[in-house]
Design a protein around this ligand. Structure first.
Ligand SMILES: C[S@@+](CC[C@H](N)C(=O)[O-])C[C@H]1O[C@@H](n2cnc3c(N)ncnc32)[C@H](O)[C@@H]1O
Length: 228
């Protein structure tokens, strides 16, 4: 799968994605990452990418012509792809959206900064763009959102996780709520033991205990999920 990220701060995206599982997925050719500096399409000698908002107000707005030129360059080089624009006002990202994105061959992420991107950019793309938020809070830039989405989507791709079961039985997987609590060695730690059932070797009992824990935790922590 190919991800292209359009950003004013390429270094915010490249370094985190070069480590761990996503770094290995790139080395193995399961994930291809392109990071593109929007400023290369800035206006004039100073490569200006933003301007003051029409109607007044604080902050700066990213210019639609500059961002559209940056997108056109990626499209010309790598094909159209589905465009994801990050904004706090977008549709909330969740595991279902991650699963849907994982079926795409090519995603192009547009990271806003300052007060965001001139609204005409998204309007001009029609159905080709999906405006996405990663939660009800405001970040300084869409780069953090791109990292979150790339990570959540990549780990669903075939072969990226060593154990295919990991993604199938985790929190938020289809038909599941939150995962049960996990334990490993040491068996006794500062007076804290491990639930006896996990040491019993009885797989049916262990599965039943885990299902019950998962249900209890989901009802307690995320009643909204439990209802669904
Ligand atoms: C400071 S924010 C702009 C906030 C905007 N003025 C508002 O009030 O909705 C700058 C950029 O960070 C990114 N961003 C901030 N919060 C986000 C969130 N919750 N989800 C996704 N992207 C976010 C977006 O790309 C946004 O354009």
């Amino acid at each position: 799968m190919r991800f292209d990220v359009l950003t004013l701060f390429p270094e915010m995206v490249r370094a985190p994605l070069s480590a761990s599982i996503i770094g290995r997925a790139q080395a193995a050719g399961q994930v291809t990452l392109g990071v593109h500096d929007i400023r290369e399409h800035g206006i004039g000698r100073h490569r200006t990418v933003d301007d003051t908002p029409y109607g007044g107000g604080s902050g700066m707005v990213m210019r639609c012509d500059v961002v559209a030129d940056a997108l056109a360059a990626v499209t010309t080089a790598h094909g159209p792809g589905k465009v994801v624009l990050f904004e706090p006002s977008g549709r909330p990202f969740d595991q279902r959206m991650a699963e849907r994105f994982a079926t795409e061959a090519h995603l192009v992420f547009v990271c806003g900064h300052y007060e965001g991107v001139d609204a005409r950019f998204a309007a001009s793309l029609g159905d080709r763009v999906e405006v996405v938020s990663i939660g009800d809070f405001v970040l300084t830039g869409g780069e953090y959102a791109a990292l979150v989405v790339i990570d959540a989507v990549s780990r669903l791709l075939p072969g990226v996780l060593g154990n295919a079961d990991s993604a199938r039985v985790e929190s938020f997987a289809p038909g599941r709520g939150l995962e049960f609590p996990q334990y490993t060695r040491p068996r006794d730690w500062e007076g804290w033991g491990v639930p006896e059932v996990l040491l019993s070797g009885n797989h049916a009992k262990i599965e039943a205990w885990r299902d019950a824990q998962s249900e209890e935790r989901t009802a307690r922590v995320r009643p909204d999920l439990a209802r669904r």
